[in-house]
Design a protein around this ligand. Structure first.
Ligand code: GTB
Length: 225
């Protein structure tokens, strides 16, 4: 059955693979499932045809036969449960890998997203610098805990899993902040994720979308993995 996902026609991340379709692309590449991509604009993603699939008018979505899903956590979990390669077979290890997916989305990502939102939306406020420092300390708190857990292990719990896929994509959002660089073991962990052939294929696919959209506009984009 054909799998179709949605992604930005022109991603505001300028091809850096930070938009959340990257998680879904990477998961599909890890399990060897081909997929098609329907590109949406900021306008069309708020229209009924898209909000019927994603009530919040966001990307990505996932369609496979009669099944339509939204939320990257649910999509990646579905992919990981349907195909071998992203979750261990042992029930305990499988449950722990899923716990790491939730940890990435519910515990590590929220202060990172808050910080990003602050840098976009609150720069002109008198309390901007103070709030930024507070959010960065919150992020450091989580990164310190995470790096203690990881210690010198390659992945979060044994073999690479959907938990690592989610955590690496979440941590990538810090790359331009300098915060990740304060944690060499986490930087190396992210680099290991990005070195996986499936990650490279997913990254190149989203970059191709950005490049062709901007070539069509007569502009040049720049991005690095
Ligand atoms: N919880 C949902 C999920 O996990 O699927 C969140 C989905 C989401 O935030 N989608 C964003 C979106 O559609 C794109 S990924 N935004 C449009 C809107 O809400 O109107 C978030 C994102 C956007 C841009 C960058 N960037 O430029 O670097 C990075 C991440």
């Amino acid at each position: 059955m054909t799998i179709t996902i949605t992604a930005f026609e022109k991603s505001p991340d300028r091809g850096r693979g930070l938009a959340r379709d990257m998680r879904v692309r990477w998961a599909l590449e890890e399990v060897g499932q081909p997929y098609e991509v329907r590109l949406v604009t900021f306008k069309t993603m708020k229209e009924p045809a898209h909000t019927a699939l994603q009530p919040f008018g966001q990307i990505p979505t996932y369609e496979e036969g009669d099944l339509a899903l939204f939320e990257t956590g649910a999509i990646v979990l579905h992919i990981a449960e349907c195909h071998a390669g992203l979750l261990p077979r042992d029930p305990g290890a499988r449950a722990r890998a899923i716990a790491w997916m939730f940890a990435a989305l519910n515990t590590v990502e929220p202060p990172i997203v808050e910080r990003e939102a602050t840098t976009y939306l609150e720069r002109d406020k008198a309390w901007y610098e103070e709030r930024l420092l507070m959010l960065e300390d919150r992020i450091r708190f989580r990164l310190t805990q995470l790096s203690r857990w990881l210690a010198d292990a390659e992945w979060l719990d044994g073999a690479f899993s959907a938990g690592d896929l989610m955590m690496v994509t979440v941590l990538r959002r810090l790359e331009s902040s300098g915060l990740l660089g304060e944690y060499p073991s986490l930087s190396a962990y992210v680099a290991r994720g990005k070195a996986r052939p499936a990650y490279r294929r997913a990254f190149d696919a989203q970059l191709a979308v950005f490049t062709s959209a901007h070539q069509a506009d007569g502009r040049n984009g720049q991005a690095s993995a």
